[in-house]
Design a protein around this ligand. Sequence first.
Ligand SMILES: NC(=O)c1ccc[n+]([C@@H]2O[C@H](COP(=O)([O-])OP(=O)(O)OC[C@H]3O[C@@H](n4cnc5c(N)ncnc54)[C@H](OP(=O)(O)O)[C@@H]3O)[C@@H](O)[C@H]2O)c1
Length: 440
Amino acid sequence: MAEPLKVGLAGLGTVGTAVVDLLERGRDKLIARCGRPIEIVAVSARSRGKKRGIDLRKFRWAADPVALAREPSIDVLVELMGGAGDPAKSAVETALASGKAVVTANKALLARHGQKLAALAERRRVALNFEASVGGGIPIIKTLREALNGNAFSRIYGILNGTCNYILSRMEEDRLAFDVCLRDAQQLGYAEADPSFDIEGHDTAQKLSILASLAFGAKVDPNAIYVEGISSITLADLDAASELGYRVKLLGVAVRTEAGIEQRVHPTMVPKESAIAQVMGVTNAVTVDAEGISPITLVGPGAGGMATASAVVSDLADIARGVRTPPFGRPAARMTTIRKAPMQHHEGGYYIRLLARDRPGTAATIARRLAQQDISLESIVQRHGIAAPPTSRPGRSGEPVPVIMITYATSEDAVRRALAAVRRDRVISGRPQVIRIEKN
Ligand SMILES: NC(=O)c1ccc[n+]([C@@H]2O[C@H](COP(=O)([O-])OP(=O)(O)OC[C@H]3O[C@@H](n4cnc5c(N)ncnc54)[C@H](OP(=O)(O)O)[C@@H]3O)[C@@H](O)[C@H]2O)c1
């Protein structure tokens, strides 16, 4: 049999321990598929004494993951420590510079340093594989990098954060408030003690930056992404969306437009019958619009030890077979600085919910402000069960009346200008809620 592929594993947490387990259980299958065994020779983590539920006695312990990365006894470094800084960054750089392949699940590292690391891997002619960094067990990186490498992409969008999808699903299905669902997500271990990175959309943005680079050949740049989280979404929005034939999801969207590549993360209304709208709970999904084929949606577990380990092991199997592709699907030197399409130029339909003051002329004022920006309405719903045209009087009880409008395609600029004018006119209370609509 051919020489084993020798692995140094840095990080023995949720994913690392699952990788140890999966490599052991899948040993014979991997030999059959790759023609050689994949063997862990050394492991590293912060604390040697920690109980991890796996037998580590047969592996050498490396106190320093960076030293492990340059050890001549390993062919591949598997980096599962996480974080954009050290020791993950130094360990990955050291391994690549020493001519060793790297497998990582670290989206933060790739979003921040992906470009440089890809160039280094290419210079040293070694693999840098990161299937587990986006969508956990969903093989979306390989799909973009290899399976669809003959197609031009027009749009890629997805549910890339299980915590947010769990919260929005629970709110809708169990008719609960955002805070209650967030607390449940924390108790179930889906959300961190500080959940802001997830619910404010930054986790999704990091993953989107990786997908956008693969799809559009743009340099990885999370700062080119417009980001808005889900904390302002209320049950009233989900109810209205449902009534109008939509469901609300936190989507990461990268789309080619005339103005450049638009990258955005925000709560999004998707048609209820679309594939992405069916995805509930912690599950992730990515839809790819590529030239020549109808949209492809991949759905699966976006996190969890075993699901993520499955992606890590698949990356290792490629290396064991001698498969090496440019990390971002094209030479790093050919990746271009992204022309960021400004969000004001975004065009699409909008959901607008506002509280109209109960005064004569309110509805007419709102209608005039929309018309001044050439915004036409596809539908309008005035709460309390009355569907009213925008020229009718909003309410009779003295209370502000919720008015929900769906616009035809218009620009972000137009919506912002119209709503600013309506607020200046003092015909609404509070801030209007605006949710962008993504058609399938
Ligand atoms: N968990 C998931 O479902 C999931 C899904 C997709 C991607 N990922 C990515 O996979 C990576 C690992 O995630 P995880 O959930 O397995 O994390 P985790 O459970 O927190 O484990 C991290 C591991 O890295 C070790 N470590 C941390 N800092 C270290 C340091 N300074 N020196 C040496 N070792 C250090 C820790 O050592 P100790 O155990 O001794 O503390 C621990 O074993 C991250 O990049 C994450 O974003 C995770």
